[in-house]
Design a protein around this ligand. Structure first.
Ligand code: PMT
Length: 407
């Protein structure tokens, strides 16, 4: 299982606990399974273990302060935040958990937490009374609800002489738990097809009908599916986004091209287990595309005849052979639940993820929130970064597929 960490970029955050000395062995154990490790330490952590120790073991300078011009020019907090696949804070003190919940950014470690899309993993270490205090427990609930993974703590003798829960897990156990809980590979062996972004329907060589989709949500779903171990093919409309690691990509421009690419993947490239239609496909295209740029006429306006495009997700849901599990999206500005459930039925989908689109959410924003519906139930995904929302959606889809297969 720990081989799942091979090649992963892990930013290890070390905070001020007596257990900080275990960070040295943790660096080694992570490297043993092929992970690439960089270290960031708080000022309090430096009272327990020297940065030189962790620099020597990790083979990289240890990041210490937010306001150091040299460090910021070498690998500053934003670069580190982008570099990491996972942000593992071990040991994580009670104070650190509280500061993460508050969204503080007054030291390097907390600023990286805010700036990073990396999955947050905390291995707490503290006195057992501090661990069981309602404030700490509420902080943990809050972090978990945002998608963070909490590893441990262990129970036993504590440095303060007491006994109970609050000991940092042993480094080897952190590595095992990290591999198991962060990369559950719930979609290992699954073949997933995803559409993302808008389509552009040409009117003439220089104009098109389009929409505000940036592709961020669909790309986040592709990344989350790949993280979960799936083999992912992403059919992308015209967007300016980098392809997520481990995802195969095919670019298209129009709804007709997207339809053809999806059908080619489903019928000629072998079957797919899951189809997730995140793309904001144009519902209409110009009946005829002018061969030259249309000239402004003396008339007050023009009438542009439009015809419907093919409904891609409905066509996939209607396949009689090799039909995948079909998940649609619904972008609504009002009556979100009603309209989404109507689309679920009309298009013959297995599941639909509805998002309210408006000034701040949905199209082009970095955050989203979903109401997910299937025939017999529903679940809400609270507002968060699109990648966090996408990871929750993957978990919901998997849960429903498992439930369907056992019913
Ligand atoms: O790309 P972002 O900027 O991150 O924004 C994300 C998003 C708001 C575009 C995304 O979360 C979203 O809601 N995507 C679906 C947008 C949409 O087209 O919704 P719809 O209600 O019009 O369509 C319903 C479903 O039918 C969708 O799954 C859509 O992909 C599919 N469809 C629609 C028309 C068509 N011709 N073919 C289709 O497959």
């Amino acid at each position: 299982m720990a081989e799942q960490l091979t090649g992963k970029k892990i930013l290890l955050g070390v905070t001020g606990s007596i257990a900080a000395y275990k960070a040295a062995e943790l660096v080694r154990r992570l490297q043993d399974v092929g992970a690439e490790v960089r270290v960031v330490m708080t000022a309090a952590a430096c009272e327990f273990i020297t940065p030189l120790t962790l620099q020597t073991l990790s083979g990289h300078p240890v990041a210490l302060t937010l306001l150091d011009a040299d460090e910021e020019s070498a690998m500053g907090h934003i670069t580190l935040a982008r570099w990491a696949d996972w942000f593992l804070i071990a040991p994580a003190t009670a104070d650190t958990l509280s500061r993460l919940v508050q969204g503080r950014s007054d030291d390097l470690l907390t600023a990286i937490h805010l700036a990073s899309e990396a999955r947050l993993v905390c291995a707490p270490a503290m006195n057992n009374k501090m661990w069981s205090h309602v404030a700490t427990q509420e902080n943990l609930t809050s972090l978990r609800s945002r998608g963070a993974v909490i590893l441990g703590p262990a129970s036993g003798d504590q440095a303060c002489g007491e006994q109970g829960e609050g000991r940092l897990l042993e480094p080897v156990d952190i590595v095992t738990a990290l591999a198991e809980s962060v990369v559950p590979a719930v979609w290992a062996g699954k073949r997933v097809l995803i559409t993302a972004g808008p389509t552009h329907e040409p009117i003439d060589p220089v104009r098109f009908i389009g929409n505000r989709s940036s592709g961020k949500m669909g790309f986040a779903v592709a990344q989350a599916a790949a993280e979960a171990g799936a083999e992912v093919m992403l059919i992308a409309g015209p967007v300016g986004l980098d392809t997520p690691t481990g995802v195969n990509r095919h670019n298209v421009g129009t709804a007709a091209q997207m339809y053809a690419a999806v059908m080619q993947q489903l019928t000629m490239m072998g079957s797919r287990d899951i189809f997730i239609s995140v793309a904001a496909v144009a519902d209409y295209r110009a009946e005829t595309v002018a061969p030259h740029k249309m000239k402004k006429s003396a008339q007050q306006g023009i009438t542009l005849p439009l015809v419907s495009t093919q409904d891609i997700v409905a066509a996939v849901a209607a396949l009689s052979t090799n039909r995948p599990y079909v998940v649609g999206f619904a972008a609504e500005t009002e009556k979100v639940a009603d309209y989404a459930q109507e689309k679920l039925k009309r298009k013959g989908l297995d599941m639909i993820a509805a998002n309210e689109v408006g000034a701040e959410l949905g199209f082009a924003s970095d955050d989203n929130a979903l109401q997910v519906f299937w025939e017999t139930g529903s679940q809400e995904v609270p507002r968060g970064p699109k990648l966090t929302v996408a990871r929750s959606l993957i978990t919901i889809i998997m849960g429903q597929i498992n439930a369907d297969s056992t019913s």
